[in-house]
Design a protein. Structure first.
Length: 259
């Protein structure tokens, strides 16, 4: 019995797996001012400071709270709240009159496109590893809390968008990345059994959820933020092909053991 690479779907998280959030944050600081200043005035540096403070607050309190409070709602409902809080926070901090709410989404997505396409925050070895995995016949996807359109911009900026079969953010399945429903919906949408999925994420919380659903998991330990907690870990993206090969070999052995 043999298992082909083409049978497996590898799902990458983005932040702190493909891209370094710390480096990306520094670049957003500058680029967000380059977008907003010519269009709305104010101080370009202040736009960057505003975004830094809002994002820091979001990560520490606001977004987890928003997600928890809206965990049973659709993603579409959540993103409207998120955009409103982000736009209001930026304009209020800089001291510029808020635009009409009907323009919020347009501003948000135009700003995201402007910044995301310019960001250069990929971890060393990521781009080459993605190309190698594609050549080896794996199906590459994302499984991220970031919207698919932003994932598209980031990967386009990295020059690797064409190697991915499907860029799953919560918008494509209209489910927040909160619990097992997120992964179940992705596997159902793409039409695979969980055991044919390999989830690569940095956060143990999401890896535990994916593993409980029946997927294979690899923990990306590229930043030192989380201690290694799983049998398969990545500390250097250049290792990824080797680690996936080891995981699949063990999968074959498990199949034999059950025969």
């Amino acid at each position: 019995m043999s298992i082909k690479n083409s049978e497996f779907f590898i799902f990458f998280d983005d932040g702190n797996v493909l891209n370094d959030n710390h480096i990306r944050g520094r670049q957003w600081h500058q680029l967000v001012g380059e977008f907003f200043y010519p269009r709305f005035g104010g101080n370009p540096k202040k736009w960057g400071i505003a975004n830094d403070r809002i994002v820091e607050n979001f990560r520490g309190k606001e977004v987890p709270k928003l997600i928890y409070e809206n965990r049973d709602k659709s993603y579409n409902s959540f993103i409207e709240l998120f955009i409103e809080k982000w736009i209001n926070g930026l304009f209020d901090f800089v001291g510029i009159k808020r635009p009409e709410k009907k323009f919020y989404k347009e501003i948000y997505y135009n700003a995201s496109k402007f910044v995301d396409l310019k960001v250069k925050a990929a971890f060393p070895g990521v781009i080459k590893s993605i190309k190698n995995l594609y050549k080896e016949g794996f199906n590459l996807c994302t499984a991220s809390g970031t919207e698919s359109i932003e994932l598209e911009y980031y990967l386009e900026g990295m020059g690797i968008k064409q190697y991915f079969k499907r860029l799953y953010g919560p918008d494509l399945i209209n489910i927040l990345k909160v619990n097992d429903a997120f992964y179940r919906a992705i596997f159902k949408d793409i039409g695979i059994a969980p055991e044919k999925a390999i989830i690569i994420d940095d956060k143990p919380y999401y890896l535990n959820i994916a593993e409980n659903v029946g997927a294979n998991v690899i923990q990306a330990c590229l930043t030192g933020e989380y201690e290694p907690q799983f049998p398969y870990i990545i500390t250097d993206m250049k290792q990824i092909s080797e680690i996936i090969e080891e995981l699949i070999e063990n999968e074959i052995n498990n199949v034999y053991d059950k025969i």
